[in-house]
Design a binder for this molecule. Structure first.
Ligand code: PLP
Length: 382
């Protein structure tokens, strides 16, 4: 059966160039990057080259990049590394669980957390961030791009507010890095999280940008790796893969050869389906993501039916799939539970083609029609 993969926001395939760059570090170049002999020096040099590649993608200095085991750890390090009991933290209701659940844990430890609402497009109002500032506010953590809708927050404005108030600003850029240009100085953030497997690098590797001068408590205790900010022998193949993926993503961004045209075509085709709409319409979104509702159908049923026909999509965050609860992101945008449950996310990667877009749109059209015939009760507007 022909298979088309449109779930790149869950994870992307490792590009052949990335795989090739990683391979020697599993075998010939196996040294521990902390060893002082030849083998260690070789891998140390590879780690530092990868660090510089990340720094170029984010427009920061290599010394400001800390390698972690992924986006979740980078978010956790940013949050637990800067805030604790007695502090106040500002975040939003549409964050990934890597941020939301870290904030919930902080609350249990005696930290106060404000969860800012979003409007119908999924946007946080920067003025609301300003209004919530308190003398005890230590950290603002608001994502750059949402993993379900792709909606881009106005992080530059939030960064300015944070800088004026002298409060740390962390942004989860896991879904934005390599997809839209990021300059940490323009964003005005002190901390920024990225993850390898969302940009055609390997799973289990990520990085946290930490602005020079930021006071960051480590989460792991051990050796003095990563300038004492993250103990543990470096995952050299993963780091090399992330570095190469960042380089390739940077080149794609420069050439303007992104996924926007494919996403826009898919959107136009799917909007021709009766009672369908885009979640997060009317505001800038990352070019790889399209979240849509098809009123009257059950999103999980559509995902399963499409999978049986060879198209892989998702109802939203991979970790919340299988949960009965409708998406917290779509609910926070004021959507009804029925419409949130009728939503599906299509997310593209560099390996996808326009021909796959046409094929997928045809399959979705047929499948939505068939599901509605099977259960014709609740199609709004019919
Ligand atoms: C916005 C966002 N933040 C954080 C993460 C977690 O990243 P990782 O899977 O590398 O731990 C994800 C992954 O889905 C994400 O989409």
């Amino acid at each position: 059966m022909r298979r088309v993969y449109f779930d790149n926001s869950a994870t992307t395939p490792v590009l052949p160039e990335v795989f090739e760059a990683m391979q020697p570090y599993f075998s010939e170049q196996f040294g521990n990057a902390s060893s002082i002999h030849h083998h260690g020096q070789e891998t140390r040099a590879a780690v530092e080259r990868a660090r510089e590649s990340i720094a170029r993608l984010l427009h920061c200095r290599g010394a400001e990049v800390v390698f972690t085991s992924g986006g979740t750890e980078a978010d956790n390090l940013a949050i637990f590394g800067t805030a604790g009991a007695g502090d106040h933290v500002i975040t939003s209701t549409v964050e990934h669980h890597a941020v939301l659940n870290a904030c919930k844990h902080l609350e249990e430890e005696g930290c106060e957390v404000t969860y800012l609402p979003v409007d119908g497009r999924g946007l946080v109002d920067p003025e609301a961030v300003r209004r919530e500032l308190r003398p005890t506010t230590r950290l603002i953590t608001i994502m750059t791009a949402n993993n379900e809708t792709g909606v881009l927050q106005t992080v530059e404005e939030i960064g300015e507010i944070a800088a004026e108030a002298d409060v740390y600003f962390h942004t989860d850029a896991v879904q934005a890095a390599g997809k839209v240009p990021i300059d940490v100085n323009e964003v005005g953030c002190d901390l920024l999280a990225i993850s390898g497997h969302k940009l055609h690098g390997p799973q289990g590797i990520g990085a946290l940008y930490v602005r020079t001068g930021t006071t960051l408590e480590p989460m792991l205790y051990g050796g003095r790796h990563e300038r004492s900010r993250r103990a543990g022998t470096e995952n050299v193949p993963g780091i090399v893969g992330l570095g190469r993926a960042a380089e390739l993503a940077g080149r794609k961004l420069e050439s303007g050869d992104g996924m926007g045209a494919m996403r826009d075509r898919l959107e136009r085709l799917l909007l021709q389906i009766e009672c369908a709409g885009v979640n997060g319409a009317g505001t800038p979104r990352v070019p790889q993501t399209l979240s849509m509702h098809f009123d009257g159908i059950d999103g999980e049923s559509l995902v399963i039916a499409l999978d049986l026909k060879g198209l892989a999509v998702s109802t939203g965050a991979a970790c919340s799939s299988g949960a009965i609860e409708p998406s917290h992101v779509l609910m926070a945008m004021g959507m009804s539970p029925d419409r949130a449950r009728a939503s599906v996310r299509f997310s593209l990667g560099q390996q996808n083609t326009m021909e796959e877009v046409e094929f997928a749109a045809g399959l979705v059209g047929e499948t939505v029609a068939r599901l509605r015939e099977l259960s014709p009760r609740a199609v709004v507007g019919r």
